[in-house]
Design a protein around this ligand. Structure first.
Ligand code: SAJ
Length: 425
């Protein structure tokens, strides 16, 4: 069993720490955020993630997992899982990786392993971390082993994916890759593939970029469909019958701390990333597109009230980071619209929110921003009875048209033209 320090106990670091601890390793979750460390030491979590609470509680109670605001100097393995945000000019903000690496210098010794898990621009290990780690005086790749092993867990399914996903380990040399593989073998049931650190960095960023570009294509289809008199969702359903086609789903934009940010690392790194850049812009344009659609449905925004259902970046989680629906909310407010938000998952993180039917009180339109499971059972008759207007806009193709219209409400769908030719029954 090893002693492991996980640096950064957020969305990635905490589940990783708890998973290692559950396998009998001694794990310290190190973070500068006192609130997160105090919660950890009480066996509590401050984020919503299925199964995480129970895992943290049991590993803290068993004494395998502790939190600390001081970096320990007696661990065998140091895993960096700090945020890698982007600056307002869309360049990578590597402050946290840099400071975590600097923190390591006085704390590592001969035989230690350092793993970067944070998604980072290609060449981060080689160009940013190694020059700092050289200050230890240790022989890098021999006395101090270094690798990038990107996390690939899907928020909402973190515990399951940590265990079952395959993993890439990109070492700065063969020895680093092989030793880091041994560390992850204790928690990963999937295959572990070895490569170089820069290839591993590129793989991770390209995985999220692949998804971003494909969602951008779906969003472009939605925009075109509204112009050309078709329903994008029907096009997707039919086109996806082709054995080699898999168009993703349009929506109000791409959010979260990964897919909406990582492609910018490539835009910054290379002027060849033209398609990637355009895809980012397409996805970022979606809140504005939805805003215009609402304005058109309402015939202008004057004295209007919009009830917005779901503002997190995706369903059934409480994460509002980079959420496109939060941007939509802001855009509507800037137009003087009165916005009443309902989000059963994020309510504690919002400045103002309402209950399921209270949000629709006197609303001119109900907009579904995120398809949380709670909204599936919504009673449209009850909604209609408290609304002032009649319009419903679904941006996720979640609410059945028939249930909406049966309550006397008007149904609108993102990506579906309001002037479609209707077949006679
Ligand atoms: N979205 C769409 N249409 C779709 C699919 C998603 O608009 O068809 C939107 C969602 O609404 C959401 C955003 O994209 O706003 C991203 O959601 P997601 O569920 O696709 O992905 P994330 O950001 O939660 O997690 C991703 C995952 N990467 C890939 O699937 C390639 C995960 O495996 C990574 O570990 C994670 O990023 C990360 O940490 O990098």
């Amino acid at each position: 069993m090893k002693s492991i320090c996980v640096m950064g106990i957020g969305y990635v670091g905490l589940p990783t720490a708890a998973m290692f601890a559950s396998k009998g390793h001694r794990v310290v979750g190190y973070d500068v955020n006192e609130k997160a460390v105090n919660a950890l030491n009480k066996g509590e979590i401050i984020i919503e993630e299925p199964g995480l609470g129970a895992l943290v509680k049991s590993t803290v109670e068993s004494g395998h997992l502790t939190g600390s605001t001081v970096c320990p100097n007696d661990c065998d393995v140091y895993i960096i899982a700090v945020p890698t945000p982007i600056n307002s000019d869309k360049t990578a903000d590597m402050r946290f990786v840099r400071s975590a690496t600097e923190t390591l210098v006085p704390n590592v010794r001969k035989g230690c392993i350092v793993v970067l898990e944070s998604t980072s621009p290609p060449r981060t290990v080689e160009d940013l971390m190694i020059p700092i780690l050289e200050k230890t005086g240790l022989k890098i790749g021999d006395e101090l082993l270094v690798a990038h092993s990107p996390e690939r867990i899907l928020p909402g399914k973190v515990i399951e994916e940590l265990r079952t996903n395959s993993r890439i380990v990109g070492g700065i040399n063969k020895k680093s890759s092989e030793e880091v593989k041994k560390v992850y073998e204790s928690i990963v049931e999937g295959d572990i593939f070895l490569t170089t650190s820069t290839t591993a960095e590129m793989c991770k960023v390209m995985e999220n970029t692949f998804r971003d570009v494909n969602i951008a294509l779906a969003n472009e289809l939605a925009k075109m469909s509204e112009e050309l008199g078709v329903n994008a969702w029907e096009v997707i359903r039919l086109a996806n019958q082709h054995p080699r086609v898999n168009i993703l789903s349009p929506g109000p934009g791409v959010g979260g701390h990964c897919i909406a940010l990582d492609p910018w690392f490539l835009v910054e790194a290379s002027d060849k990333a033209k398609l990637i850049h355009q895809a980012r812009l397409n996805n970022d344009s979606m809140p504005g597109f939805v805003k215009k659609k609402i304005e058109k449905i309402l015939n202008g925004f004057q004295n209007k009230t919009v009830a917005l259902y779901g503002v997190t970046y995706k369903p059934n989680i409480d994460d509002i980071r980079e959420s496109p629906v939060m941007n939509l909310w802001k855009l509507l407010k800037e137009c003087g619209v009165n916005v009443r938000v309902c989000d059963p998952h994020a309510s504690e993180k919002l400045e103002e929110s309402y209950g399921m039917y209270d949000a629709a009180q006197n609303a001119d339109i109900v907009v579904l921003g995120v398809n949380h499971k709670e909204f599936e059972a919504i009673d449209f008759g009850k909604l209609a009875s408290v609304m002032r207007g009649k319009a419903v806009l679904d941006t996720r193709n979640f609410w059945p048209e028939k249930s909406v219209t049966a309550s006397g409400l008007e149904y609108h769908l993102l990506g579906k033209s309001d002037n479609m030719v209707k077949w006679e029954n």
